[in-house]
Design a protein around this ligand. Structure first.
Ligand SMILES: [Zn+2]
Length: 207
């Protein structure tokens, strides 16, 4: 009897943890397709560039340590980031995977190893709309370009104005604005400078 239970348990763990393709999930598929729309949106570039010019994007504490390009040959770190998005685009549809993190209560939305052209979304946190998943993809893409969060400081709170969070949040807000959504609940801390831009450009009312 015990052996049977163990087999069932192992089966559930193994099948639950299996990595599958992101395109199998309709909402993820939509988000994958929206990446290029946002990368091509002139306001995406404009707002990120303005935030960089006023020194509001946080590149401190080793965030750029793994970037292979010579950052000094760009106008700014954000200029480098925008050129990465433009040249490489978003994640290819074959580079987005889904898996279930062992802990169902984890707040992890995705995992991307630095400089690796693929990302894995946590299936426990997929009950979201495509704009929110787009936020995650645009964020994770920055890690695939080799940007990292500071060691021991992986939380959103500690990275509010980190380029990956600013770009992801801007993508979610901008696509919502373009889709005619007037207000939005953002229940996570957002970079204050980005909030100002959202107001300045009247993109959406954040609740
Ligand atoms: Zn991150």
């Amino acid at each position: 009897m015990k052996v049977h239970l163990l087999i069932i348990f192992l089966y559930l763990i193994l099948t639950g943890c299996t990595v599958t393709n992101g395109t199998q999930n309709e909402t993820v598929n939509k988000a994958i397709n929206l990446q290029q729309t946002i990368i091509n949106d002139p306001l995406f570039e404009k707002i990120l560039t303005e935030l960089e010019t006023s020194g509001q994007i946080d590149w401190s504490e080793g965030r750029t340590d793994y970037i292979r390009e010579k950052l000094t040959s760009y106008k700014s770190n954000t200029d480098w980031l925008l050129s990465e998005y433009k040249n490489k685009g978003g994640f290819n549809k074959d580079s987005v995977f889904l898996w279930r993190k062992f802990n169902p209560l984890s707040s992890t939305t995705a995992v991307t190893s630095q400089c690796i052209e693929k990302t894995k979304l946590n299936k426990w946190n997929l009950n979201r709309n495509e704009y929110s998943i787009l936020n995650t993809l645009i964020h994770e893409r920055v890690h695939s370009f080799c940007q990292v969060h500071p060691k021991g400081k992986q939380t959103r709170e500690a990275n509010k104005c980190d380029a990956s969070y600013v770009a992801g949040d801007l993508a979610e807000i901008l696509i919502s604005h373009r889709m005619g959504i007037k207000e939005k609940v953002m229940d996570k801390p957002i970079c204050p400078a980005l909030l100002q831009k959202i107001e300045e450009y009247k993109l959406i009312v954040i609740k």
